[in-house]
Design a protein around this ligand. Structure first.
Ligand code: KG4
Ligand code: ZN
Length: 336
């Protein structure tokens, strides 16, 4: 079945075509609104929605063109129903339902985090269920036991800021442009080890819960102590110490979760999964570790098309729809 995937939960409009019979991604197209939001230092929801509306049709046309397909070839449409920004989600949901209605094909609602979670399957053929998943995005930091598609047990999560959010907020207070997470990690590569030491919040909590908001405050206190002007080398050292602390916490929690569950495979997903230091550290675990390709780490349509293709049994007639800005992944399936 040829599935069109639509992602519009935050500041990326993503569209992709996935062929479920041949387990093949035929094409994808993406527009990131990063430059537009950078001016404001963060995502402006109203602007995000308006931009998604402008991009959805051209991106879909681009996707069809790249795959040498037409609208008539699409057999189902999967779209992100949540979690995310309400208005942004509505644009994708309205587009998907209207198009599906016009083409007389079914729709499939997709949980954004399931998209992330399954994204490594787009490039990796050796992942086997069950596995442990570390989902580290801008909005979520979760450790999950994954028994099968749709069978997700949440073992632990951040009780406050997500790891990506901590990266972005810390980058902002260090004067880096939005979204600073990736930039902070580049500067961290230039910093020296051991120049600063930041706390590892909840590292010894004995469970799989995490907390990252205190870390940002620790960086702020440290920056204030440095006086008016922060020399570049000091800033890089701070970036490094911050990154080491986040990576240490994630590593230690994942290690404990692997031991607790007895699982031997780890799947990492989400934007922070692109972080080189995190990748290097997780590879030292006594487990087989899988990462998505870099382009599937951050939001994209391919992961949504793929997730939708795993739930063809849920396909139903398009029509009235609703979005779920707040939606826990385990609830998406417990309720079903
Ligand atoms: O998965 P994603 O698109 O976010 C959500 O769906 O919420 O990931 C975006 C997040 C941002 O917070 C961004 O700063 C972070 O991923 N990120 C990184 C890196 N690249 C992206 N954080 C740390 N190191 C990176 N290399
Ligand atoms: Zn995401």
């Amino acid at each position: 079945m040829l599935v069109l995937g639509i992602e519009s939960s935050c500041d990326e409009t993503g569209v992709a075509l996935f062929d479920s019979e041949h387990n093949a991604l035929l094409s994808h197209a993406l527009h990131t609104q990063m430059a537009m939001h950078a001016e404001y230092g963060g995502v402006v929801p109203e602007l995000a929605s308006r931009d998604h509306i402008r991009r959805l049709v051209p991106l879909t046309n681009e996707c069809l063109h790249k795959a040498d397909k037409t609208y008539a070839d699409i057999q189902a449409i999967g779209y992100t129903q949540g979690p995310g920004l309400g208005g942004a989600l509505l644009t994708g949901a309205a587009f998907a339902n209207a198009l599906a209605f016009a083409l007389n094909i079914p729709v499939i609602e997709v949980h954004h985090l399931e998209g992330h979670l399954l994204s490594p399957f787009l490039s990796e053929k050796n992942i086997r269920f069950p596995f442990l998943a570390l989902l580290v995005s801008g909005g979520h930091t979760q450790i999950m036991a994954v028994e099968a598609v749709g069978k997700y047990t949440l073992l632990g999560e951040s009780i406050d800021d997500a790891a990506g959010e901590a990266f972005d907020k810390t980058a902002k207070l260090l004067g880096l442009p939005y979204p600073g997470g990736a930039k902070l990690s580049q500067l961290a590569e230039l910093g020296k080890d051991g120049a600063f030491e930041f706390p590892r919040p909840m590292i010894n909590s004995g469970d799989f819960q995490m907390s990252f908001s205190g870390l940002k405050t620790a960086v702020l206190t440290c920056v204030k102590k440095q006086g008016e002007r922060l020399p570049e080398s000091t800033r890089n050292d701070i970036c490094r110490a911050f990154q080491v602390a986040v990576v240490d916490v994630l590593y230690s929690k994942v290690k404990a979760a692997l031991k607790h569950t007895g699982l031997t495979q780890l799947v990492v997903a989400g934007g922070v999964g692109a972080n080189a230091a995190l990748r290097a550290k997780l590879k030292t675990l006594n487990a087989e570790v899988f990462f998505p390709k870099h382009e599937w780490c951050t939001d994209n349509g391919a992961m949504i098309a793929y997730a939708a293709a795993q739930h063809l049994d849920k396909a139903h007639q398009a029509g009235g729809f609703t979005v779920k800005p707040r939606w826990a992944l385990n609830m998406a399936f417990d309720a079903a």
